[in-house]
Design a protein around this ligand. Structure first.
Ligand SMILES: [Zn+2]
Length: 187
């Protein structure tokens, strides 16, 4: 959520370099405020505190913080070494999973399948929307994800940032909406 906004404001930068990784053409040249380890910890605490202030839900706030922090771990695995430890630091980390399409599909596909399995086991639909909106959400994510490595070059860096913001504005409320039509499956 933070990165595309900072890119559009000109505070962070990336370049489209075809072939930069096997999976996508993005060379993240400068993004210390959204993607350094130190700032990730700051964002995690901030989001957790804001969530707690709004909900008074302590366990929920802890999970919000963990989910925000998980972004750094996932990017650390997939990116080429471009993840800074702190703003201004010269050491960059990354395990380069995106250098291999089969390895990326295997790891990300398994994680996606596990996420679906956990959600389906933990919740059940309250009505038809809870089922249709959920599976349509899954189907659209798969349909957008699979062709990624063979997609044509995006027209510009700012178009990628704008598309990212639009996707968040659609998928966030969509997930909220479908989740409101599902309920915990009590054991
Ligand atoms: Zn990221």
């Amino acid at each position: 959520m933070v990165w595309p906004v900072l890119v559009l404001l000109g505070i962070e930068r990336f370049r489209i370099v075809p072939g930069f990784t096997a999976v996508n053409p993005f060379d993240f040249t400068y993004y210390p405020w959204s993607h350094s380890l130190l700032m990730t910890i700051v964002w995690s605490l901030l989001f957790g505190l804001v969530y707690f202030a709004a909900s008074r839900d302590r366990a929920g706030a802890v999970w919000v913080g963990i989910v925000v922090a998980s972004h750094w771990v996932l990017d650390f695995v997939s990116h080429r070494p471009d993840m800074p430890l702190y703003p201004g630091g010269s050491q960059k980390l990354g395990l380069s999973l995106w250098q291999s399409i089969p390895a990326t599909f295997a790891v990300e596909g398994l994680m996606f399948a596990a996420g679906i399995a956990i959600y389906v086991q933990a919740t059940k639909s309250r009505d038809r929307i809870g089922s249709i909106a959920w599976w349509a959400f899954v189907a659209l994510l798969i349909a957008l994800y699979i062709p990624g490595p063979w997609a044509s070059r995006p027209p510009s860096e700012s178009s990628v940032a704008i598309f990212g913001i639009i996707a968040l504005l659609i998928f966030g409320p969509w997930a909220y909406w479908l989740d409101a039509h599902r309920e915990p499956r009590l054991a």
